[in-house]
Ligand binder design. Sequence first.
Ligand code: HAM
Length: 424
Amino acid sequence: MKTARSIRGMTDILPEEVGCYQLVESVFRDILHRYGYDEIRLPMVEYAELFKRSIGSETDIVEKEMYTFLDRSDELLCLRPEGTAGCVRAVVQNGLINQGSIKKLWYMGPMFRYERPQRGRQRQFNQMGVEVFGEESTEVELEILLLCDRIWRNLNIEDLVQLEINTIGDLDSRKSYVTSLTSYLQKYSDDLDDDSKRRLSTNPLRILDSKDDKTQKILSNAPNFTDFVDHKSRGHFEKLCNSLEGLGIPYNVNPALVRGLDYYNRTVFEWTTKELGAQGTICGGGRYDGLVEKFSNKSSAAVGCAFGIERLVMLTRSLSSQENQLSSVADIYIIAVGEEARMMAIRCAENIRSEIPSWRVLQNLGAGSIKSQLKRANKSDSKIAIIIGPEEVASKCVTLKFLRDDLEQESVVESQLISRLKDI
Ligand code: HAM
């Protein structure tokens, strides 16, 4: 291979972008901790069967987007396309679900889907996710939606996002709706787009998501999902909506929202933004009470959601004030000329790192005149340069030069340096 090129849809996150990722991730970690969630770290590779059985073999993710391969023992494995299935596998395998107790977990990491790359859509992307096991009441959905809302407020993007919410009822209501939808659409099968034609026999619910105008026109007179939702699920949904209203969380009921994964029942939701064009969903999730049972002899109610980190980063970066706040500027740049000066510089740098741990201290690496080192110091955006040359070594002093403020440079005795810096 002659050219150094990454795989299409799998991009590098460069040093100047990492600050924004760290900010989004730390807000998420902090809020999840405060809400009492524990982190779980899951493998990136699982048996392909796990996703077929949980997400559904007729879904886009499983049909078209999984990175599936045989390993050297002829096991059919795949790079995880999402985190929920692996999390369910892990809680079952490790006996983390106990009847009568609630388990609240979060995870973060790369996911892989062979999709057509475009702005906000990669083949390797990062998700943060939360999953709660063991509680049937709407209080779990509510807690998750509240913590999402808190994340938006902490990232200052609360005015840029909207909550779309729907109920898809229990398994039986879904089955009877699918029957009714299929018989309606069969009458128009010649006029449907190609994907929808295929889905008519594989996964008719996904036709509701079609972007094709003609298909959407046909759908406008299709049976309404809401009319098929069972009584209990309807009550559950009303309770959730009332609580959201009571807590002042705006939402929009979207009857067309069914989500692209088969494991959901009752509540499904998405947080969307208009700022990112076509890939505007920054978080999606819902209830999946039947999934644990598929892998275990126990059953457990479950709710969760996952956030697309790249999309959140794009959204936060669109706010210029945060961009400034996030640029990785240094506090101190240490310049040394001569061997003895270099030793003194290392001592000073280490001392500052121990005594003022929050500061970012850069030491000039390699030789160079004071002038050329100062140039680098200016480029690093540091606030202060500490200059140490033969004169400073002789007098056991260092010179402080203020790079961003119009102040006189100062000479400070080495032993007084920390207390002087703490005063700045
Ligand atoms: P999902 O809707 O497939 O749900 O993905 C969640 C989020 O991941 C999306 O809303 C989006 O922000 C981001 N995302 C998905 N695909 C891509 C991509 N190709 N490039 C960039 N970002 C992407 C799930 O994965 C479920 N496991 C969520 C869940 C958790 N449901 C219950 N618990």
